[in-house]
Design a protein around this ligand. Structure first.
Ligand code: KG4
Ligand code: ZN
Length: 365
């Protein structure tokens, strides 16, 4: 368990098929030897969202190829692989099954350990892979499918401080883009428009700020935006470019304000546990947003808390994070058998009340 380790990671829980090879010399920094991601954006584009059946079929077709590509890029052969880590949930079940079946086949034929990984743990442990961050740290996971604050106490020990009760912020960015005729994925497009707009002209709601705690809500924002758009179109017969930019700026400002205030509250809860070197890490595709990132850095600076965000390729879905989370589980002695099941819903904090509804990734976890 303490020797050098080469681990293969497989990810297929949403619309990216990915494989990665990680090597950890003895105990210490792990090195990413290869990380391959095949996205499915083009396949789903005509439908305006991820279609689970199409995703599952594409994962089943691509997963072996991804593994081969990763081995080739890492210059590693299958017999050099010591263990296989695979996302076993939460996510779209057909995709998760494709990855789990591939991993089981490899594990059985090579006679090496199989480690099932929670996709959210993959995101949440990434700051340890990239920055060797020590437990306990506060994590804000903010993507197209997820939005939650977690205190990471150990490789499999997380407490959820709060999360979205409806849409994830990435979903809100994507829906905003759709409403305003901007391309998908919506985040980068809305951010670019917002840069040209006046964030004060339209005042969109900041949901749940009047309620205590760290839970968030983003679906009302989209409805307010739709109403504003329709009012402009009725009045002007169309949506002028500047109005669109101002709406994007107003929308982004609302998301920034909500995330900043809820982060302040989450930090207060986390800081009450007295971590000696407090740190907030943010991951997920929305962490690419420069306005959100800058505001979170400011919030942390005011509370003398360190801030980190993994490089973008490791913020969004990838298999290096799954290999790393598998490696941490492997080092604790955890192993899974052929009865490892694929789970659509798998909250990281088993004691927290379930989040209701479903998003881009299927059921909320
Ligand atoms: O983590 P990710 O690749 O996949 C999911 O797990 O969902 O995140 C993708 C999400 C999309 O909703 C996309 O619009 C959003 O992240 N995103 C952004 C930005 N870049 C990507 N949202 C806001 N600003 C950005 N610059
Ligand atoms: Zn993810």
């Amino acid at each position: 368990m303490d020797g050098p380790l080469t681990i293969l990671g497989i990810e297929s829980s949403c619309d990216d098929t990915a494989a990665a090879i990680l090597h950890q010399p003895i105990v210490g920094d792990a090195e990413i030897l290869a990380s391959v991601v095949h996205g499915q954006t083009d396949l789903h584009a005509p439908f305006g969202g991820v279609v689970p059946e199409i995703a599952a079929r594409a994962h089943a077709e691509k997963v072996d190829l991804c593994v081969e590509e990763a081995l080739l890029a890492a210059n590693v052969s299958l017999k050099d692989v010591d263990a296989i880590a695979v996302t076993a949930g939460p996510g779209l079940i057909g995709g998760v099954i494709s990855g789990v079946m591939c991993a089981k086949g490899l594990s059985a034929s090579l006679n090496i350990p199989l480690i099932g990984v929670n996709h959210l743990a993959g995101h949440a442990l990434t700051p340890r892979l990239t920055d060797q961050v020590a437990f306990p740290y506060l994590m804000l996971l903010v993507s197209g499918g997820h939005c939650q604050f977690l205190t990471a106490h150990g490789p499999e020990e997380f407490s959820r401080l709060g999360g979205t009760i409806d849409d994830a912020p990435g979903e809100a960015f994507d829906k905003t883009a759709r409403l305003l005729g901007l391309p998908q994925p919506g985040g980068p497009a809305v951010q670019a428009e917002a840069a040209k707009g006046d964030p004060k002209r339209f005042r969109f709601p900041r949901p749940l700020l009047d309620r205590p705690g760290c839970d968030m809500s983003f679906s009302g924002l989209k409805t307010a935006l739709l109403r504003q758009r329709d009012a402009i179109v009725t009045e002007k017969g169309g949506l002028p470019m500047q109005d669109r930019a101002d709406m994007c700026a107003g929308f982004q400002a609302a998301v920034v304000d909500v995330l900043a205030e809820k982060t302040r509250r989450a930090l207060d809860i986390y800081l009450a546990e007295n971590p000696s070197e407090p740190l907030l890490a943010v991951a997920g595709g929305v962490a690419a947003n420069t306005a959100i990132r800058a505001e979170l850095e400011t919030v942390c600076a005011h509370k003398s808390v360190a801030f980190t965000a993994p490089p973008l390729a490791l913020c969004t879905d990838n298999a290096a994070m799954i290999a790393y989370a598998g490696l941490e589980r492997y080092r604790t002695g955890a192993r899974d058998g052929m009865d490892l099941s694929a789970r659509p819903r798998w909250p990281l904090d088993q004691t927290a009340p379930a989040l209701l509804g479903s998003g881009k990734k299927g059921a909320k976890a």
